[in-house]
Design a protein around this ligand. Structure first.
Ligand code: PLP
Length: 414
């Protein structure tokens, strides 16, 4: 093990390719090994009893050889180490999906009797649904950031938000919200920004959630979720993961570790293309509004004057599919797919208009993407009408309050 690596601060780009792999050269290896074992032999049951007791009591990562695949896995542990380094946290705990990761966080808090969650819309549709339906026995209060303090109760176990949010790209001031939360843990879903653009823990968040399925994997071929946090919270998450079984498959752990190596390069390249597409979309008469965060990034959302379903049907190079963060570009209609499960009124009041399209910009050449988008927009037809032509089309960098203005503006345009 190269202990220097753990003490000398390293830049994000360096961590991306080295974190979680610092021991490889000493093992005579270059690529990380994949350990697919579900169980591990041990001739010393007394020692195993002690180790299992220690895990049951503390949730600390098992020392020594692994015991069973639901407890821990060496390949997944490499991914966890690497992600923690990128997010600047003590620990990270990986799960089978982003939803499994959120479920574990909610179970940790509700098992302490803290069943109330304060959350800011919009969230990814299924996260919204998990909270709103109270599937895990939790109760949610939906608020604007300014109302978080008033919504916190003695049994509030979590404050949750996404920034930039899915799908409107609304941004929130993490530090200001963390200050309001006080001792209540603030969970920030950092799936859209990734640690390349934003490290929520540096701004006071206690928990950072990722759908690792997206940018962390980066190639549309692996599902996973991860929570980056302090070791105290990580211990509770390990215990919940062991008891409920939402583990990441080791092959997924391997693919996620490999994905992290190119994360900074992918995010920066796709973000540059996205910014250029935003510039062109903003000037396009077929587009009513473009949503793009001040933070930047590779996600773009825009509202069209024409039929959004025809735009989806019209793409040829861009893949018409839900999900995001892949090397290739994807486009989808949130009101039909990613946020379909959210009640129409709740969707609309959080800025998810029926004319909104969400695009995940990949690594293709910008001219090829623009050509495809242009043809698809023509398939969706109407350009700005004479009535609306006087109103300047602009890019909005939606803060939470602004998303209300966007919605109102959109109604006026119809
Ligand atoms: N968080 C965000 C922002 C997402 O976009 C998604 C999925 O789209 C999730 C969480 C859930 O992740 P998963 O699909 O890996 O369960």
């Amino acid at each position: 093990m190269n202990t220097d690596a753990l003490t000398t601060p390293r830049a994000l780009a360096t961590e991306a390719v080295h974190a979680g792999r610092d021991d490889l050269a000493g093992l005579g290896l270059h690529a990380a090994p994949i350990d697919l074992s579900t169980t591990y032999p041990s001739y010393d049951s007394r020692a195993e009893a002690d180790r299992i007791d220690a895990f049951a009591t503390t949730g600390a990562q098992l020392q020594g050889p692994p015991v069973y695949g639901r407890l821990d896995n060496p390949t997944t542990a490499r991914f966890e180490t690497a992600l923690a380094r990128l997010e600047g946290t003590e620990s990270a705990i990986a799960f089978a999906s982003g939803m499994a990761a959120l479920t574990a966080v909610l179970l940790v808090r509700s098992s302490m009797g803290l069943r109330h969650v304060v959350a800011v819309r919009p969230l990814y549709g299924c996260s919204d649904h998990l909270l709103n339906a109270g599937l895990l026995g939790t109760e949610v209060t939906w608020v604007q950031p300014a109302d978080i303090a008033a919504a916190i109760r003695p049994d509030t176990g979590l404050v949750m938000l996404e920034t930039p949010a899915n799908p409107t790209l609304a941004e929130a001031d993490i530090q200001a919200i963390a200050d309001i939360c006080g001792s209540v843990p603030l969970l920030v879903d950092n799936t859209f920004a990734t640690p390349v653009l934003q490290r929520p823990v540096e701004h006071g968040a206690r928990l950072v959630l990722h759908s690792a399925t997206k940018y962390l994997g980066g190639h549309g071929d692996v599902m996973g979720g991860v929570v980056a946090c302090d070791e105290e919270f990580a211990r509770s998450l390990r215990q919940v993961r062991f008891a409920t079984g939402g583990v990441l498959h080791p092959l997924a752990g391997y693919l996620l570790l490999r994905g992290l190596a190119t994360l900074p390069v992918r995010v920066r390249a796709a973000s540059a293309t996205a910014a250029e597409l935003v510039r062109r979309l903003t000037a396009d008469p077929r587009v009513a509004r473009v949503h793009y965060p001040k933070l930047g990034g590779a996600m773009v959302a825009f509202e069209v004057y024409g039929d959004p379903h025809e735009v989806i049907a019209g793409v040829r190079l861009i893949t018409p599919a839900v999900s995001l963060g892949s090397v290739d570009s994807l486009i989808q209609h949130p009101a039909s797919i990613s946020h379909r499960i959210v009640a129409e009124g709740d969707r609309r009041s959080s800025g998810v208009s029926d004319r909104l399209l969400r695009m995940s910009v990949g690594l293709e050449d910008v001219e090829d993407l623009w050509r495809d988008l242009c043809e698809a927009l023509s398939a969706g037809r109407p350009a700005r009408t004479a009535r609306s032509a006087g109103r300047a089309v602009r890019t909005v960098h939606p803060g939470r309050a602004e998303s209300e203005a966007v919605r109102t503006g959109h109604r006026a345009a119809r």
